[in-house]
Design a protein around this ligand. Sequence first.
Ligand code: ADP
Ligand code: ZN
Ligand code: ZN
Length: 721
Amino acid sequence: MLLTILKVAIDAPLDTLFDYLAPETGPLPPPGSRVRVPFGRRRPVGLVMAHGETSEVPVERLKPVLETLDTAPLFDTELLRLIAWTARYYQAAPGGVAATAMPAPLRQGKPLPEPPARLVARGPAPDAMHRRAPKQAALLDLLAARPRRTDDPDLPPGWRAGAARLAARGLVEFETEPLAAAWADAIAGPPLNAAQSTAAAAIVADLGRFSARLLFGVTGSGKTEIYLTAAAECLRRGLQVLVLVPEIGLTPQLVQRFASRLGAPVAVLHSGLSATDRLVAWNDARSGRAAVVIGTRSAVFVPLARPGLIVVDEEHDPSLRQHEGLRYSARDLAVMRASLAELPVVLGSATPSLETLRHARDGRYSLSLLPDRPGGAVQPRVTLVDLRRHPAVEGLSAPLLQSMRSHLEAGGQVMLFLNRRGFAPALFCTSCGWVAECRHCDARYTWHRRIQRLRCHHCGDETGLPAACLQCGADLRPVGEGTERLEDALARHFPAVKIARIDRDSTRQRGAVERILDDVRDGHTRILIGTQMMAKGHDFPEVTLVGVVNADQGLFGTDFRAGERLAQTLVQVSGRAGRAERPGEVLVQTSYPEHPLLQCLLSGGYEAFAEAALEERRTAGWPPYSHLAILRAEATRPERAMTFLAACRRATAAPEGVAVLGPAPAPMEKRGGRWRAQLLLQSAERPALHQALAAFRGLATDLPEARGVRCFFEVDPQDLF
Ligand code: ADP
Ligand code: ZN
Ligand code: ZN
């Protein structure tokens, strides 16, 4: 008889699956289910990835799993394949990927939550019961007022015993909650225009087979309406829809829009949820109770009982990429998942990434265009303000102030965009030029005046304000402007106007973003200052003027993606102006109005910019015309990371067609007390690149120079530092 060997993913820093025998008693755990295994001195939870018949380890040395934790698989075959693919592609341990794919309680071996039931009372408690068994009577009265789900927080502690006794007497019944509980009548949306109908029909026509489609629609062109229309058809066929959005795009308004327009139960998955809420939502997706699942990047791994369609909104957004631990692109994984599960995936954006645009051009992705805003709303007029002719004081030039005044007088609202929080990005000595620098990083401290602290935005270090220059004793002066300084300056210019600021500092408290945005929507707040947190996703029909305080930060970025990011931000921010009947206006302050990127955007919009940028990338051989991976190393002692990477390079012969560049110190070499260096791998061919990665992979532990060095790969890095 052939032995069945379980191939198990365990969260350990090793690239392999581990072989175990079936448990001594009970049924064989199927692929996709969790098991507890003996592993050295630990007894971790593992995920059965596959069954096999052979092992490289002699059979007599294999151990049986200790316990089967699930009776039914958590993940289906397609998701297991996605997990395995992710591990291979991103050079990660399969156990680590499996851990990322599971909510924390499941990782710890807790059971799946039972599907909630409803407790229904036959009637209120009789008087006698109030005297003899007051607790049971109170429970019965609570349920008589309205049935409760077993996960209702209003149920008193210890209610289960009481409910069981009441049930035994026929006074209370447990009903499994009908799936339709959260279904309601769908509320109709606006009739689609021609371009929208064509796009929606094309998505619907692809249901049931793999297709990747770029939905390229200017801001406010009604992309969400298309998602809703395609989703409605999906639900009619009994299929579920997965919608991935960037972190700040996941607003209660968006969830509400999907729930009410589809009249369907929506599960929401994001990092702000408690572990329990996350598990419940995850399980609702897996069991099929939730018809629509809206989530941030890690939701790309959520199991679905009947997957039908995947939508990635704002597909260009950097927050769809995870930058710690498992470094992956949720957008790219969504496309892979769709292909494995044979579903359509829609990538929507007003400013698509150059990668996606190239796929659309090459015909690998289908393309739907929405060139106009519905209902006659026009695109805002964009004007550059030349800061050389109109110098800014505390960030504000005369033309910007003038324009703000006239828009406010006309009853409009104003948004000012400045991607820099705090009061000032630097604190200089007025006499000797000394500048306050972080003790752990090659970076300046930002002066946060509200809390009277200097703070490093790279490592989070904080310190008090020195009374005077540490070098010569002269006075210190904050230089440059952040959102706090802008807020103070505007309060002086517009004393009667309510101003709000939205950045990471002003929104630390739960619900703060919503409070601020509600005040903008209600019209109380007339001027909103914000970082990229407010750049997208929020619809403010009364905003008629958008000011970009400083476009120059992005114009001369060292990274090859800097231009793309700036263009995306400018277009997205501009898209906040004039969404309704009121025409919008955008003012962009810059010292380089003749810069080709700005000129190109202004005359031809994002499409013209993208055209030029793609051509530039092609000539230079940068992505999407080549593929990149970085081996990053860091150490608490200087030189170590560089020495290690140099040794890696010497020890490995890169395959043909792969260029190895470096090692070089990271552009910010010291960060958070660690010295960092990197080795860049570049190739036009993916297989060659991945072959090279595999060759470098083993070295991290084998080389003597690896001592005291932390290293990891980043495949398809978003930036080079
Ligand atoms: P996007 O997702 O592209 O930013 P939305 O779908 O949110 O755009 O649409 C922007 C605004 O235009 C919303 O208020 C939406 O209700 C409205 N809208 C979208 N499509 C239509 C249409 N066909 N007719 C009228 N209004 C529409
Ligand atoms: Zn000084
Ligand atoms: Zn620092």
